[in-house]
Design a binder for this molecule. Structure first.
Ligand SMILES: Cc1cc2nc3c(=O)[nH]c(=O)nc-3n(C[C@H](O)[C@H](O)[C@H](O)COP(=O)(O)OP(=O)(O)OC[C@H]3O[C@@H](n4cnc5c(N)ncnc54)[C@H](O)[C@@H]3O)c2cc1C
Ligand code: FES
Ligand code: FES
Length: 1306
């Protein structure tokens, strides 16, 4: 029982509400308002109450950075002013008392002008879809407000928690680095050029908070207690002393309320299902918990010290070079890799430790280091009783009703201690460890490097109970680390001692065990230092991501401007200020309801019953909509095979939609959806991997696969002079996985019933399909469905057909309730409900002659389509498998294979990227088998004028006609990328380093762009009063810059400034019957249609113009208006238009380095050249290229999709598990060239498309990694071929390097 001597919470010193400022405006939040409770997050307050929708959200788990805002407060312990970026999705509203919060809106806007950060991001082309942009800006803003001097190094580390799927990060990094004190000259030069462009300067102070209000922040720490009681019986206490904490504890315990201590609250981003709690004790205002001291006994850090402050404090200690603290620097470096900047800014040491205590499987990096360093915890069990507990044993001690007060790390009394710690995670930044390791050795100062006392060897990520490798520690005592037998004994002991658990989606036990051995070896090599052989010393180093840099090369023809001009995207400034409105930003409509999906939890079986009664009992829940409620056919795929909006009985995959719960708010709807009970029967184990035929050339495949088709090149003539007789057969199989699109704006739709129609705001890439599907499902005419799409926050194919699923469900709900309904998926639903890029398998048998020329090729290609064949891309895969090669003697069989997974769908470069990947794999395999340079094999098989096509473009176009530009491009690349000398350097490096290897690989592409069948209307209207122009087109702006390119085209045709043109939202009135936006064709074809519409207008105005004397544009338009000329015109591009298809050529050289002991790698350099014709806008096109390439890096390396084998559920369904690239994953040196002097005689305005082809070259990274692995295997004595499938994760790298601890040597 607790004894409280006096009440800390008296009516005199306790308030029952919180108040804070947002952008200078005071906000008070009271429980009596009934709107926000303990579970409410700052992001919801900002968006819903302050109506500042510039702040976005996506993951709501601290993993994407969309929700960042800047916060200023005084540290209650030190009194220091703190400025930091925080994830508003994790911060409880009731934790914000006294804070000054700035959102992106405070930095600048259209009326007042834009801040420097906003301007630079616009100028450097740092936005595409713009959904991640406000988060990026607020992260940079926080840094600039925090630090008097910002260095480029700060910026390299800054974006570790911000995901951008569009840009490839380089332009964002450049924009921000241009603001650094040590900005590279090249960036300053670019910034100066851009400064001439019309982005208005900011006329307002960069942030209202930074001026007057900041002075109001009390110098003394804020000491108001808060106790807020809610109608839900939840209570939120904010004590200001430890005694106050224990009073709150006692109150909750005695009233039987389960409670949670709240510090930074970031733990809710990791463990989302803890609780439920009725009491909350927010301890962040307790000054006693914020100690940061260092003395002769060691370092003491208060429980509430954030990871950021810990890191900074340790760095200061390291800089001071005080004796006995040499652990400070490595420890700070390790902390720098925990979570990400905004999480570290609020996440506390004690919070991290308690996550480990409560969830012992959690591989806490803080726990690991503190255990290694023999730290002790000061734990209070009452306001007067504390005890010091060593880390060892703490995990198993009870923490019930206890509080961590502080942490003490002892100082070393002599210099013989060596501390090392490691974190191996599936992505370099913002990823929890697969395995982490801490080592503390006391080593003799003599030459022998003897282990003087029992070392500490600590591992995380092994099992929930494993902490120390005590047996290994024991065998090392008294041994010399230079002695190979010591090393071997340690490896053997570790091998026996480490028995990792096996639980998906964790990395495999085999890999995790190997890591423990490698990391111990690495540490020993570091201790042994130069006494190790020079080859082995390579094992002591760790892969570090260096400073990134980029170069962009392109031609400009000023005579064509504004065409071909690298102008900033026309909506970029609005994206940077938060003024750009996405569908989720449209303010709530009168009586709006929010819909949350109920998803199936099994993959195969039947629904027995659905019971929504518990959900419907919740206050403010209005309805549950299911299959039987759909007025028309229960189908959203009206043009192809039907797919149900809500499952009517037969479950086809885990995550399938069963119904939609409608509540008055997002939070209520999601809470209610959890209460819907679904019972299943006839449940079966799902088939999650494609079942392929036993024999690759068996004609009876149809029993296994759903469809079967053959494409063939011409047969090779027996007396073909070009080839010598086949000498080698190359045979094998190559598999690679799918990819989640990771669009930052999840699927979203808002339907509003109007007088005579349903108004639909849908994030769709295909308005026409969405319109038809809604009309069909609601059984209403098409003209009663009016759709508008202003912009979408990234899509990459996921919103071509799948957006229609969400839109039809939303429309049905709106129709039934006759109320506006919004459906905005949470990340987990988005990932589980919707299919991904199709995984593929190819089996092949290729006959090649001595030179490596393919004489005969038989291949079977299998596309895994999921549970329904609808968005299959196999036809494109079969076409693009030809890539740039002669297909004489080729025969390719293509099959679609069903699995019990969500129907797979189009994903950037669908089919084309898989087709090219498969054939490029063949080239690599042939080269390996013949021991030739892969580039030589590729070149010898190149297509040439007159070569046959595997899939004819039309009955009349059966051969390739024209020049294969690759030959010249390769010659140029050899010079510009130093290819030959770099391959030599790579070989020398590999010879000299046993545990580091490099690889270099080249991938060429011929990407045939086909416009067949597409239709895009464009409408142009000129206003007679001032000559301004408004345009709408049938495409969708999703970040690819279509609006900018269309505006440039119209400006060029009319010879007027681009500022005179406005592009309005796409809709299904003027854009009626338009095709989907995708396949890289839409921008060009809309530009084409715009040129025709403009020409119609010019022709119409010509007679008037001819009668005027050199009129200005405004004069001409005014006169035309007066005489009654129709100043509007439209044109729809269709196959009837004379736009010819063409080939896009590309070439990429990628170079990587791997660590053969851990599987970690970095991409050292990429030289990518793409033929963009005469680019319509080089800035936009380079952005497309870099973004696509980086998306491909993710596909081929870190992005692994894992399902539960029994339930079929996707286990990698959030940012914790699924890892697209962050800024640290891009090539260290990324050089992009738009092929020079290469106008396209066939395309629109001499340009070529850019959106998808570069993604097809991303496989060069996988090949480069393989080359590095092959070098490691050779050192391991294995020269046989191994295929190594994609994605090539770190785990696969290590396993395939055949790194064998028994061969570890000094
Ligand atoms: C995106 C993301 C990535 C991450 N990556 C990593 C990683 O790579 N490595 C890693 O180690 N961690 C990682 N973390 C975990 C992160 O370090 C913790 O979330 C953070 O340190 C927790 O601190 P907090 O103050 O937010 O704790 P809270 O969330 O407020 O609390 C967490 C738990 O600690 C309890 N608690 C807090 N303070 C005390 C106290 N003084 N006494 C008793 N109980 C207390 C709370 O009741 C709760 O149970 C990650 C987190 C996120 C969100
Ligand atoms: S929404 Fe906050 S980090 Fe993703
Ligand atoms: S611009 Fe970054 S996600 Fe689209």
């Amino acid at each position: 029982m607790f004894r409280i001597r006096r009440s800390e919470f008296t009516s005199a010193n306790t308030s029952d509400f919180v108040s804070f400022y947002i952008n200078g405006e005071l906000h008070e939040v009271r429980p009596s308002d009934g709107k926000f409770g303990p579970g409410s997050k700052l992001v919801d307050y900002i968006r819903e109450e302050a109506k500042l929708t510039g702040t976005k959200f996506m993951c709501r788990e601290g993993g994407c950075g969309a929700c960042l805002v800047t916060v200023k407060l005084r540290n209650v312990s030190t009194g220091r002013l703190v400025v930091k970026a925080v994830n508003s999705c994790l911060i409880p509203v009731f934790s914000c008392d006294g804070w000054r919060i700035s959102t992106v809106e405070s930095l600048g806007n259209r009326k007042d002008g834009y801040s420097k950060i906003q301007q630079q991001l616009v100028n450097f082309g740092g936005t595409q879809c713009g959904y991640c942009t406000p988060g990026m800006i607020m992260n940079m803003n926080s840094l600039m407000e925090e630090k008097a001097v910002v260095k480029t190094k700060d910026i390299e580390d800054l974006l570790d928690g911000n995901i951008c799927r569009c840009t490839g990060y380089r332009p964002i990094l450049d924009a921000f680095k241009s603001l650094a004190a040590d900005a590279p000259e090249e960036l300053l030069r670019q910034a100066a050029v851009h400064a001439k462009q019309p982005v208005p300067d900011c006329l307002v102070p960069s942030d209202p908070c930074s001026e007057d209000l900041l002075e109001e922040l009390p110098e003394e720490p804020q000491l108001t207690n808060i106790w807020a009681k809610f109608a839900s019986e939840e209570e939120w206490a904010v004590p200001t002393t430890i005694a106050g904490i224990f009073e709150a504890v006692q109150r909750f315990v005695s009233s039987g309320k389960s409670y949670r201590i709240v510090a930074g609250n970031t733990g809710t981003g990791v463990f989302k299902n803890d609780g439920p709690y009725k009491g909350f004790i927010d301890i962040i205002n307790v000054a006693e918990l914020g100690a940061e001291t260092v003395d002769s006994t060691g370092v003491t850090l208060g429980a509430n010290v954030t990871l950021t402050h810990t890191l900074q404090f340790l760095k200061r200690i390291a800089r001071s070079q005080m004796e006995g603290f040499s652990y400070a620097l490595p420890m700070s470096q390790h902390i720098n890799r925990i979570a990400n900047v905004p999480v570290r800014n609020v996440g506390t040491l004690a919070g991290n430790l308690m996550l480990k205590h409560n969830h012992q499987e959690f591989p806490s990096d803080i726990f690991l280091m503190l255990t290694t360093l023999n730290a002790t915890l000061s734990i209070a069990s009452s306001s007067t009783r504390t005890e010091n507990i060593p880390m060892e044993g703490w995990l198993t001690s009870s923490m019930e009703n206890k509080l961590i007060v502080s942490i003490h790390i002892p100082r070393w009394l002599d210099n013989s201690y060596v501390f090392r710690s490691f974190k191996i995670s599936r992505r370099y930044q913002n990823a929890h460890p697969d395995v982490n390791a801490g080592f503390l050795f006391k080593i003799s100062q003599d030459k022998n490097k003897t282990v003087i006392e029992k070392p500490n060897i600590v591992f995380g990520g092994i099992t929930s109970s494993f902490v120390r490798a005590s047996k290994t520690e024991a065998v090392l005592i008294g041994k010399s680390l230079k002695d190979v037998s010591t090393l071997q004994e340690a490896m053997k002991t570790l091998e026996d001692e480490i028995q990792p658990s096996n639980q998906l989606p964790d990395a495999s036990p085999e890999y995790r065990k190997a890591l423990t051995q490698s990391l111990l070896y690495k540490t020993i090599l570091q201790i042994v230092g130069v006494d190790a052989s020079s080859k082995n010393q390579s094992g002591s180093k760790q892969i570090k991501k260096g400073k990134t840099k980029g170069k962009q090369v392109f031609d400009m023809d000023k005579s064509m401007w504004p065409l071909n001009k690298p102008v900033a995207k026309i909506e970029a400034a609005a994206q940077c200020s938060g003024e750009a409105v996405f569908i989720s930003d449209i303010l709530p409509q009168h009586r709006e309801l929010f819909g949350a999906f109920v998803l199936s939890t099994i993959a195969k079986g039947d629904i027995e019953s659905i019971d929504a009664s518990e959900a419907l009992k919740l206050p403010r829940v209005h309805a549950f909509i299911q299959a039987k409620d759909v007025p028309g056919p229960n189908n959203f795929m009206v043009y192809t095979n039907p797919e149900e909006i809500f499952c009517s009985g037969k479950i086809m995959y885990a995550g399938q939609s069963i119904g939609l719960v409608l509540g008055e708010t997002r939070a209520i709807a999601f809470e209610a959806a959890k209460l819907v009970q679904v019972k299943y029967r006839n449940v079966e184990k799902p088939t999650l991997e494609p079942v392929l035929p036993p024999d690759e050339f068996d004609e009876n495949w149809l029993t296994c696969v759903k469809t079967f088709n053959v494409v063939k090149g011409p047969e090779r003539k027996v007396d073909d002079k070009e080839t010598s007789p086949a000498e080698t057969i190359v045979q094998g199989e190559f598999k690679f996985g799918g990819q989640y699109h990771f669009h930052m704006e999840t699927q979203v739709c808002l339907c509003v019933p109007k007088e005579d129609h349903l108004r639909v705001y849908s994030a769709t890439q295909w308005i026409d399909l969405t319109q038809s599907a809604i009309a069909s499902a609601l059984a209403i005419p098409s003209n009663e469905v009016q759709i508008e799409v202003k912009r979408i926050g990234g899509a990459y194919g996921a919103k071509i057909c799948r957006a229609t699923h969400v839109a039809t469900a939303c429309a049905v709900a709106s129709k039934i309730t006759n109320r506006p309904v919004r459906v905005f998926l949470d990340l987990q639903t988005n990932m589980e409900l919707i299919g991904k890029r199709s995984p593929y398998t190819i089996r092949y048998k290729v006959a090649v002659d001595a030179a490596g020329r393919i004489t005969n090729l038989k291949a079977s290609v299998f596309a895994e389509v999921g549970s329904v064949i609808n968005d299959s891309d196999i036809d494109d895969a079969a076409k693009f498998i030809q890539n740039c090669y002669d297909v004489t003697g080729w025969e390719v069989t293509k099959s679609e294979v069903l699995t019990d997974k969500a129907p797979n769908t189009f994903c950037r470069a669908p089919g084309t990227s898989q087709g090219i990947a498969m054939v490029e794999h063949l080239m690599e395999h042939i080269a390996f088998q013949l021991q030739k340079d892969p580039l030589e094999i590729r070149t010898i098989n190149f297509i040439h004028d007159g070569s046959p096509l595997l899939v004819p473009y039309s009955p009349d176009e059966t051969t390739f006609v024209g020049e294969n530009k690759l030959l010249k491009m390769i010659e140029r690349m050899k010079k510009s990328a130093d290819y030959n000398s770099r391959t030599e350097i790579v070989s020398a490096f590999n010879k000299n380093n046993r545990w580091r290897k490099r690889g270099i690989a080249v991938v060429p592409i011929r990407y045939h762009l086909d416009f067949q069948g597409y239709k895009y209307p464009v409408y142009v209207a000129i206003y007679k009063n001032d000559g301004t122009v408004v345009v709408t087109h049938g495409g969708i702006e999703m970040g690819q810059g279509i609006n900018t390119k269309v505006a440039q085209t119209v400006a060029y045709k009319f010879s007027i400034p681009i500022e005179k043109i406005r592009i309005t939202a796409s809709n299904n009135i003027i854009g009626a019957n338009a095709d989907l936006s995708g396949a890289s064709v839409t921008s060009e074809l809309c530009c084409y249609a715009a040129t025709v519409a403009c020409q119609i207008l010019l022709d119409r105005m010509k007679p008037v113009k001819d009668q005027m004397k050199n009129p200005t544009w405004e004069q001409l338009i005014a006169t035309c208006g007066k005489v009654g000329i129709d100043l509007t015109a439209s044109h729809m591009y269709s196959s009837a238009d004379p736009v010819k298809t063409y080939d896009i050529w590309g070439l990429t050289v990628s170079e990587v380095e791997i660590d053969c002991l851990t599987g970690e790698y970095r991409i050292l350099r990429v030289d990518l050249t793409e033929d963009a014709g005469r680019s319509l806008n080089p800035e936009v096109d380079i952005g497309q290229i870099e973004g696509a390439f980086v998306m491909a890096i993710g596909w081929w390396t870190t992005e692994n999709l894992v399902h539960d084998s029994v339930s079929g559920k996707l286990l990698t369904n959030g940012t914790w598990e699924y890892k697209p690239p962050t800024a640290a994953d891009i090539p260290t040196d990324f050089r992009v060239t738009l092929l020079r002097k290469s106008p396209n005689p066939f395309g629109v305005l001499r340009s070529k498309a850019t959106g998808e082809p570069p993604l097809c070259m991303g496989i060069s990274v996988l090949f480069a990694l393989r080359h590095a692995i092959y070098a490691a295997r050779r050192d391991a004595g294995v020269t046989d071929y191994v295929s190594i499938d994609g994605p090539l994760t770190q785990e696969k790298i290590l396993i395939n390097c055949l790194t064998n601890p028994q061969k570890f040597d000094i």
